[in-house]
Design a protein around this ligand. Structure first.
Ligand code: SF4
Length: 349
């Protein structure tokens, strides 16, 4: 059962309430390179990203952000550290949400940011992380890091609420998977939408594993409203990974893609075929299951619940639906014909 949270809007994308879980990523280049930034934003959007974050470390970045804002409709979050004036300027430049760590600002500076965000109806993501933990909170929590982060966040939320600001998205991030899960469980009753992710998770493979475990465990608990899979990689990899997590858990429409691990019975170039089929279906937003199997001996049976499947068969390919073979196709023609079958299936309604 999904936890109930307040709904906030980042431009036209809702986060929280019963809204679909939004996918986020972040550009990994300077926004002052506007053309390259636009390319990353567009690639991420085409692959299913709902919201993009952009680092705004200086005044030049604010000007570039304003230019980028005019060239795309994708909701943009301005990522601000330390300098509250950049937060104000980013909001004025058209950011749809800002991400700050209130611990990096004086209270009067924070007040200015809150007032400006309120005036422009811009939500604020309040992010604290294990790297910037408050020493007093840590002492008060007797060294328990999770409790210290939770109480820091609680006191920030109270401060925003006392100023009449409620358009909050909360995040507490850690590089440790267990800690990420533990803290997010602790803050899941605050009533505000949660941004999930294991931060600084590493290169593609390690990052995928850590984020899948951390984000997946929380989503299965009904916790989380927006996710970012943090990877040392292309932002598109983050988006695709986030999408796969959501599709795997039935939380987003999309093709559930299945391929077998391959064994000595396989007579086809399974990896190549699976990759071709996956590339063809990866951006289809229908709830279907497509299988690519190495052989006809076990393939169809092992994928009884696949809407459509293809399996190697002594140099040819068999096509199957829901575990039943229905035709055999010569290898030279199989992939093209299979794509047509996918088209028929996805255009069926
Ligand atoms: S489908 Fe065939 S090739 Fe693939 S793992 Fe099963 S038995 Fe082996």
């Amino acid at each position: 059962m999904r936890k109930t949270t307040k709904k906030v809007y980042v431009r036209n994308v809702p986060i929280g309430g019963n809204s679909p879980i939004a996918i986020q990523s972040m550009t990994n280049i300077s926004v002052t390179n506007v053309a390259a930034t636009m390319e990353q934003l567009e690639n991420c959007r085409l692959n299913g990203c709902d919201i993009m974050r952009i680092a705004v470390p200086n005044k030049e970045s604010v000007s570039a952000l304003a230019t980028v804002r005019k060239q795309t409709d994708i909701p943009i979050v301005a990522d601000i550290h330390f300098d509250y004036r950049l937060a104000l300027a980013a909001i004025e430049a058209g950011a749809d949400k800002i991400r700050i760590n209130p611990g990096n600002m004086s209270l009067s500076q924070l007040d200015s940011v809150i007032d400006c965000a309120k005036e422009h109806s811009v939500p604020i993501r309040v992010g604290v992380n294990s790297g910037s933990i408050n020493k007093e909170a840590l002492i008060a929590a007797k060294g328990n890091k999770s409790e210290a982060l939770c109480s820091s966040l609680k006191s920030y939320v109270g401060y925003f609420e006392r100023r009449g600001f409620y358009d909050l998205v909360l995040s507490v991030k850690s590089t440790d998977v267990r800690e990420t899960v533990e803290i997010n469980r602790m803050i899941s009753d605050f009533g505000y939408p949660l941004h999930l992710g294991v931060t600084e998770a590493g290169l593609l493979r390690q990052g995928l594993v850590k984020n899948s475990i951390g984000i997946g465990a929380l989503l299965l608990d009904g916790i989380g409203d927006t996710i970012r899979v943090s990877l040392t990689s292309d932002p598109v990899d983050e988006v695709r990974a986030a999408k796969d997590i959501l599709i795997s858990l039935g939380l987003r429409n999309g093709v559930r893609f299945v391929s077998c691990p391959k064994c000595g019975r396989c007579t086809i170039e399974l990896e190549a075929v699976a990759q071709m089929v996956y590339d063809y279906v990866k951006n289809i937003d229908k709830n279907i299951k497509i299988a690519v199997m190495g052989c006809e001996v076990n393939g169809p049976g092992e994928c009884r619940d696949a809407d459509l499947g293809i399996a190697g068969a002594n140099g040819n390919y068999v096509f199957f639906k829901h575990g039943e073979r229905y035709k055999t196709v010569a290898a030279s023609d199989a992939i093209e014909q299979f794509k047509k079958e996918i088209d028929l299936l996805t255009n069926a309604d």
